[in-house]
Design a protein around this ligand. Structure first.
Ligand code: DC
Length: 220
């Protein structure tokens, strides 16, 4: 059994990877076992995208999005050690809003805007000042916490990832999203040089979690 993190234990475990790679499930389970907070940064970009759509701003209208955000409060918190986001006049958003098809379709466009990223990265770093965290996303090891020694890149073949989304009953053009996430100028999806890469195509969640825990023990 893995112990909960102590004051001398790692503060930030960074988990990056493409859409539907299993990183979110793994990160959540890991945080639970380590008794630290789980943060999905994808949810933060999704929340902003939801608000952009809700406000009637076109996601590709960069100036419009930036202007909207200047007058929008983004409230990032946590409930039961899981990150939450509320934005503008909304309550804490749930899967119905965050995984809506329209949000899936536009989130990569909104996430490519540097001002959006700067605003959310500041919130992401704030979490680490409050508690130990497992944070998952696309640029956590490369940009948000480049100094953490605990960097993992979770991936899987495109076929497996598409099949996972379909099994969840979620409409999500993941290869299109990956392409946009990899090719954008601001903080593209990259494998950090010092990250441990785990391909989950043929592994179950428990195997991946065990592997990550072993690596954390080795580094600690
Ligand atoms: O992890 P996810 O599929 O919920 O992420 C949704 C989108 O948010 C993803 O396609 C790109 C963007 N994203 C990002 O640009 N940077 C992050 N750290 C996390 C997500």
């Amino acid at each position: 059994m893995m112990r909960a993190m102590s004051a001398t234990s790692p503060k930030v475990i960074a988990i990056d990877g493409p859409a539907a790679s299993g990183k979110s499930t793994v990160a959540k389970e890991l945080a639970h076992r380590l008794k630290v907070t789980f943060i999905s940064t994808g949810s933060m970009y999704r929340a902003v995208t939801w608000w952009v759509l809700e406000s009637g701003v076109t996601p590709s209208d960069t100036e419009g999005v930036v202007e909207l955000l200047e007058s929008t409060e983004i409230r990032c918190g946590q409930e039961n050690q899981i990150g939450t986001v509320a934005i503008g006049s909304s309550e804490v958003l749930g899967p119905e809003q965050l995984s809506a098809t329209a949000v899936n379709d536009h989130v990569s466009t909104v996430a490519a805007i540097p001002e959006v990223r700067a605003r959310l990265v500041a919130e992401q770093r704030r979490y680490a000042q409050e508690s130990g965290i497992v944070m998952e996303g696309r640029d956590i090891g490369s940009v948000v916490f480049p100094d953490t020694p605990y960097k993992f890149f979770i991936t899987a073949s495109e076929e497996v990832r598409q099949a996972r989304r379909e099994a969840q009953g979620i409409m999500d053009k993941i290869s299109e999203r990956d392409q946009k996430d990899k090719s954008r100028k601001a903080s593209p999806l990259v494998i950090p040089e010092d990250a441990i890469v785990i391909d989950t195509s043929e592994l179950g969640i428990e195997q991946v979690v065990q592997r990550v825990l072993e690596e954390i023990e080795k580094i600690s």
